[in-house]
Design a protein around this ligand. Structure first.
Ligand SMILES: O=C(O)CCC(=O)C(=O)O
Ligand SMILES: [Fe+2]
Length: 259
């Protein structure tokens, strides 16, 4: 986890914020985790892709992380814009671990609140999830917090790390979330298909994920494991997709309370 002053073009960020607020009513949905957000906003706001692919930005992040990262390619989760506020408004995201390996959180606006930040559980995330499932609290002494500030980015590996946003009693925050993954190990990924499907029920993302697996994740995985599938065939994709549709998503929705 690192927090740094970014030097991103202020006009670009203001344009992204203005356009995000203009489409918030129709485009931002709160489905679960008490998180209201626009899915894949770079499809509606091209300035986001400009920042996401900025070589200077990526070079700086790579230097901080000590590995070569690339923008997360799946369009429904490549970026998001989150809207947070008190519980009777937009709300704040509950404890969770991310699906994407690395995330840059760029606050676009923080109004009327100097105390909003991300809280990270220092323990093993499965232990944390188990505590929550038993209805227990995450112990305060095992949490550390990082304040968000406009002008600074918070970069973190939030995959397999339990975290949430501190509940806000007042004010609002709009955040641009840019996701990344390892160029060498694109198969390190926790965006399960049942999660993507429950969160994006139109299934428009399936082809994109399958071709990413075929063209990037599988070759990298084979190279890392020293195996080779000479003629990878995707005959199992339809079977898996219908299992996700028919069984995994309904059970997941039921568990997390998505309608
Ligand atoms: O904005 C934050 O403080 C955390 C957001 C987050 O965890 C997420 O968008 O997955
Ligand atoms: Fe997160």
């Amino acid at each position: 986890m690192a927090q740094f002053k970014h030097n991103y073009d202020q006009n670009l960020l203001s344009t992204i914020l203005r356009k995000a607020l203009a489409i918030k009513e129709e485009a931002a949905i709160k489905r679960h985790l008490n998180l209201k957000y626009i899915r894949g906003p770079q499809r509606l706001i091209p300035e986001i892709s400009q920042l996401n692919h900025d070589p200077l930005r990526l070079a700086r992040i790579n230097q901080l992380v000590g590995a070569e990262l690339e923008p997360y390619p799946i369009s429904i989760v490549a970026s998001t814009i989150t809207f947070m506020g008190p519980e009777d408004g937009d709300g704040t995201v509950d404890w969770h671990s991310d699906g994407c390996p690395v995330t840059e959180l760029i606050p676009l606006s923080i109004d009327d609140n100097d105390d909003c930040g991300v809280e990270i559980y220092k323990g093993n995330h499965e232990t944390g999830h188990a505590l929550l499932a038993e209805g227990k609290e995450i112990p305060g002494d095992q949490v550390f917090g990082v304040q968000h500030r406009v002008g600074s980015s918070t970069l973190g590996q939030f995959i397999r790390v339990l975290h949430r946003t501190v509940p806000m009693s007042r004010g609002t925050r709009v955040t641009l979330v840019l996701n990344l993954r390892s160029r060498e190990k694109p198969y390190v990924d926790d965006n399960s298909l049942h999660y993507l499907g429950a969160d994006n029920p139109d299934f428009s993302w399936v082809d994109e994920v399958v071709s990413d697996v075929r063209e990037h994740r599988l070759p990298a995985y084979e190279a890392a494991m020293g195996v080779s599938t000479e003629t990878p065939n995707s005959s199992w994709v339809e079977e898996v997709t219908s299992d996700i549709r028919g069984h995994q998503i309904p059970a997941y929705k039921n568990q997390v309370g998505i309608q």
